[in-house]
Design a protein around this ligand. Sequence first.
Ligand SMILES: *Cc1c(COP(=O)(O)O)cnc(C)c1O
Length: 215
Amino acid sequence: MVDLIRGIDPDHVRSNLDRVRDEIAATGRDLADVEILAAVKYVPPEELDALAAGGVRLAGENRAQELERKATAHPELTWDFIGHLQSRKVRQVLPLVRWIHSVASDSALRELARHGTSQTEVLVEVNVADEEGKSGVAPVDLSDFLERVPCRVVGLMTMPPLARQAEDSRRWFATLAELAAAHGLRELSMGTSQDYRVAVEEGATILRLGSVLFR
Ligand SMILES: *Cc1c(COP(=O)(O)O)cnc(C)c1O
């Protein structure tokens, strides 16, 4: 179990956010087109005030139970769900979030059909390198899967294969961007602390950042 992050300094968060924004601007992308989502799975609830004070507006949580705790205590933040989505948690997660990034199973689709509303919007997670045992829809199955989603799909999300260097992720980000374009989907949730610059260059619209914001 990874240690929780304690003693977050709002000034550090603010300067980290500023640095990431400078890097986004340096690629020529419009800052308004790239959201920074703070991935808070290792941030305990009592540290969330410091994040908000540092300028974080959008947060992502991986576990339904933690999401419930954190989102109800911090309604001033916009919340997305970014973790592995167990279908039995769909009902609990939906009212707490703007978007679920990680829709990838038919059982989740059944729960979305049951508990979604006309406002429900999601991203579909793609297993972009078709890795064994990893969640996400395989690229070859994506068209069929998208046809079965019972609510509005706004984009695609991916976690590329573990890589030694950020550059290794570029082809996977480019693949996700091509898949999104082919299906007329706008949002691209891709890029973490280690490879977000490459993700921005390949068209990311939501960066999911943890360690780079908090240290
Ligand atoms: C933890 C997490 C991130 C952020 O990872 P960092 O390396 O800390 O930036 C992004 N996406 C998902 C799905 C995560 O679980």
